[in-house]
Design a protein around this ligand. Structure first.
Ligand SMILES: [Zn+2]
Length: 883
């Protein structure tokens, strides 16, 4: 090839790397039967990687008009094109703006197979997306992995980067011979080692896959594979687990293999077909930007899902959930893929919902709907009852908007609504519908309408009304049980009232179960269940008429309701006295969640909630519930809702309760979670110091062990109080834990120090491009910045914050979003002043003078409004306490 290299260091500032739905639609109509053969070259300690790709595709005959008007293009965000050839003809001057590679119309063959060849070079990415490289500070191990959803795979190579142009991929990788190389499919062969110490690894060609599901992991990863036998397939499936070298002692190969076997069996039955790919590797990736990613045959995980100390039962459930979620995607998402990103919510909600079916019915976690209640439904409710709420289903005009509305409504409400749908269809109807769906669309693409049509065909239940009520409207309803008594103390009428809380003024049809609480022997409580399909403002439950009045009522047995749950005074008093006496863990969990919602809504005083924690949590018999409640509410309670003085008073009481509960003993889960509460609730210098004495064993507490994460948490908190021993202890601790986690804790602690110089140094680095060297490290610094007990120190920064965030929004909007998450303004100790700052930000975020691109501004505005809503809820509680 004779063309000149073309290098684009910085694409034109007005160009944006995005693809619109309209462009994708037109391109999918023109391009089909795509095959990629890709050869990628990696070398140790190199700043770039090289590639050569051959792209074979059929161009439709009717595409003439499109091709002439707009040009057929591939997506490619690279640095240099060394050579390019179309149908055998060298292209000397590629039409490429750094994002799009437009093919010369004259060289294309309509109605026939075309072949494009490109040789190129690209730099690694620094933010965890695209092709990311990490050097382990502990042993200099080198790790390269990819993360492509929604629109990043064209950082690896020129591709038709959209979900509904599926391509077969033949991959070869050149890398140091002692590196591990993993990809979507199995390895077909290894070449002899070349003089420079590298060898070629060749992989079996994949079936047609969407480009965002391609994946590569290359480097000094270690791990192994086992053979797994599954129903419906003659040959065994290799299942592997991999990690970087320095964490290898923590990986649990057998656990992953067992979970994978369970998921393969459960989903094969539910979906009507066996695992559709030839192997499955699980791999932990350093500085991974999200939780996990369902790349075909190679699932990537955040290292946060690795147990570096003894896990609780809830921790194990969380890990199993993410594994089952990602494996569900191998069918729903990977085998059948959404046509466009507007159906991403369905992809995620579905995987979330069926992962809980697998947990509770196909594995060892029968109580997992409790985790679902706290982690997903609570999240969903908070987002649904905020000014930024939106319908579950929506429009996504271009790839930049894919994640615009991606939040608790997508995962949590979507999952809850599917749970409600599953209850309506029944298991047989649901499964029959899914069998139909996979029969119709395997290896292709589908839309929400295709999904609903398959469920209707399989189950015989019409779903038009359901999808309008649940998917196309926003905002939650609230449910309350209303009882009229007879003069003789019996139920004259029992109904469920439904009202609109916020969002669209609509009341929805709902299958719910009502728990009537009745006295039982020895101060116990019995549950009487009533199921009803309710609709409208008031629905009668005739079956309850004539029975004695209950001592309490909760309209959400089994957590089927999607919305807020009201509790009357009698029920609240019963709960405050003996919540633990209710003999149903999920119902107790539902009640805890409902009361926390009352706190957020300013309908239940936060001090009364603190008292509920102190009185009832130690009596809760199940550690999973203690953990869910403690980890979701203690921090917001102490760090945001309670004012100075109250925070310290309740924090110390909780620490005291934890010590006494630990002294009573209990199973391992209880011991671990109450040990964590000892740390979570330590918000005074004395409690932090005493926590540290326990952690180091200087003042041993029977049965208590503070794990490494919580040791670091104590040290960072100690630094935030200006503890004189901080510096020495932090130094000593890095000998115990020299990993990147320890380094991040050091960064947080330095910024947490209550001194002007420390704040100043941190602030200066937050807003420069390199920050602390990587997104994860800089985020750790931001997370150490604000503490409610540092109000005076923080005040000047609160004034600078709007301008600083606006500038950051224009320069690096992704990191500006991290900012909101890491240094949430509720933590700054002065919600009134924080509200003023956020308003100043909101007034200006859309102002063209600040030059924030429109989609970025929309995203930042959403985060700003969410912060504003959170601050107003804190202020509402403060005025409740004052008045
Ligand atoms: Zn997912």
């Amino acid at each position: 090839m004779a063309s000149m290299p073309l290098t684009i260091e910085t694409p034109a500032p007005d160009a944006r790397d995005l693809l619109t739905q309209e462009e994708a639609h037109a391109r999918a109509a023109a391009v089909s039967a795509v095959r990629y053969d890709l050869a990628v070259q990696f070398a140790a300690n190199a700043a770039t990687f090289r590639g050569a790709i051959g792209v074979e595709f059929t161009l439709a005959a009717g595409a003439a008009a499109t091709a002439a008007a707009r040009g057929v293009f591939l997506c490619f965000r690279g640095r240099t094109i060394h050579a390019m050839r179309l149908n055998g003809v060298a292209i000397a001057a590629p039409d490429w703006n750094g994002y799009r590679l437009v093919l010369p119309a004259a060289g294309l063959k309509l109605g026939a197979v075309n072949r494009l060849e490109v040789e190129y070079e690209n730099a690694y990415d620094t933010g965890g997306d695209g092709v990311f490289r990490f050097i382990d500070p502990e042993d200099n191990g080198e790790y390269v992995y990819t993360n492509f959803e929604p629109y990043e795979s064209h950082r690896m190579a020129p591709l038709f980067d959209q979900p509904d142009i599926k391509g077969r991929l033949s991959l070869r990788v050149l890398a140091p011979a002692d590196w591990t190389v993993l990809a979507n499919g199995g390895e077909a062969g290894v070449s002899a080692v070349e003089p420079d110490g590298r060898s070629w690894r060749t992989f079996i060609e994949t079936p047609p896959l969407s480009s965002y599901l391609y994946c590569l992991a290359v480097g000094t990863f270690v791990g192994r594979r086992s053979e797994v036998r599954i129903p419906g397939r003659a040959e065994a499936i290799p299942v592997g687990l991999w990690s970087r070298r320095t964490l290898a002692t923590f990986v649990e190969h057998d656990r992953f293999v067992r979970l994978t076997e369970q998921a393969f069996a459960f989903y094969a039955d539910l979906f009507g077909r066996a695992y559709p790919f030839d192997k499955l590797d699980h791999i932990y990736c350093p500085e991974f930007s999200t939780g996990a990613m369902e790349n075909v045959g190679l699932i990537t995980y955040n290292e946060g899902y690795m147990f570096r100390s003894a896990p609780t039962p809830s921790d194990v459930t969380d890990l199993a959930e993410v594994v089952f979620h990602e494996i569900a995607h191998m069918w729903f998402g990977d085998l059948v893929t959404m046509r466009w990103w507007n159906d991403l919510w369905l992809n995620e909600s579905f995987a979330t919902y069926v992962s809980y079916l697998c947990l509770t019915e196909g594995s060892d976690f029968p109580g997992a709907w409790r985790e679902f209640n706290v982690q997903l439904k609570r999240w969903a409710l908070a987002e649904d009852d905020a000014p930024t709420t939106h319908p579950i289903a929506g429009l996504v005009a271009d790839t930049d908007q894919t994640f615009l509305n991606f939040d608790g409504i997508t995962y949590g409400k979507g999952g809850a609504v599917l749970k409600q749908l599953g209850a309506r269809l029944g298991r047989a109807g649901l499964s029959a519908g899914l069998h139909t769906y996979f029969e119709r669309h395997a290896y292709g693409n589908a839309t929400l309408d295709d999904f609903l049509a398959a469920l209707e065909a399989g189950s015989g239940v019409p779903l038009g009304d359901w999808s309008n009520q649940w998917l196309r409207t926003s905002g939650p309803n609230r449910f309350a049980v209303a009882i009229s008594p007879t003069p003789g103390g019996r139920i004259a009428r029992l109904s469920v009232n439904q009202e609109v809380v916020s969002g669209d003024p609509i009341l929805r049809e709902h299958l719910i179960r009502i728990a009537l609480l009745r006295p039982a022997a020895n101060g116990g409580v019995a549950i009487e269940a009533h199921e009803a399909l309710i609709s409208g403002a008031q629905s009668d439950i005739p079956a309850a008429v004539g029975s004695p009045l209950p001592i309490g009522a909760v309209p959400n047995l089994d957590d089927l309701a999607v919305g807020k749950v009201a509790l009357d005074d009698a029920t609240l008093r019963l709960v405050e006295e003996r919540l633990e006496a209710i003999p149903d863990g999920l119902l107790r969990q539902v009640i805890w969640t409902a009361i926390w919602e009352l706190v957020r809504d300013g309908r239940y005083p936060v001090a009364r909630y603190a008292a509920l924690l102190v009185d009832r949590l130690p009596e809760e018999p199940e550690s999973t519930i203690v953990q869910q409640i403690a980890e979701s509410t203690i921090s917001p309670l102490l760090m945001r809702y309670l004012p100075d003085g109250e925070r310290e008073r309740w924090g110390s009481r909780l620490v005291d309760v934890a010590r006494r509960r630990l002294a009573r003993g209990g199973d391992e889960g209880m011991r671990i979670i109450w040990s964590r509460i000892l740390v979570l609730a330590a918000v005074t210098p004395r409690d932090v110091e005493e926590g540290w004495q326990v952690a180091t064993g200087e003042t041993p507490l029977d049965g208590v062990e503070i794990d490494q994460d919580h040791r670091w948490a104590l040290l960072v908190r100690g630094a935030s109080f200006g503890s004189p021993q901080s510096a020495a202890r932090l130094r000593a601790e890095t000998l115990r834990d020299p990993s990147d986690r320890g380094q991040r804790a050091l960064i947080s602690a330095a910024v947490a120090t209550p001194e002007v110089a420390a704040k100043h140094a941190g602030w200066a680095r937050f807003f420069v491009p390199d920050g602390y060297g990587s997104v994860v490290r800089t985020t750790a610094a931001v997370a150490g910045f604000a503490w409610p007990w540092q109000r005076e120190l923080l005040t000047p920064y609160l004034r600078q914050l709007p301008e600083a965030l606006l500038a950051l929004g224009a320069a690096d909007s992704t990191f500006a979003r991290n900012w909101f998450r890491a240094a949430s303004l509720g933590l700054w100790g002065d919600p009134g002043a924080a509200l003023v700052a956020i308003d100043a930000f909101l007034v200006n975020v859309n102002d063209p003078a600040h030059a924030i691109p429109e989609v970025d501004a929309a995203r930042l505005r959403r985060l700003g409004l969410t912060e504003r809503d959170a601050l107003q809820r804190i202020l509402r509680q403060r005025s409740l306490a004052a008045g």
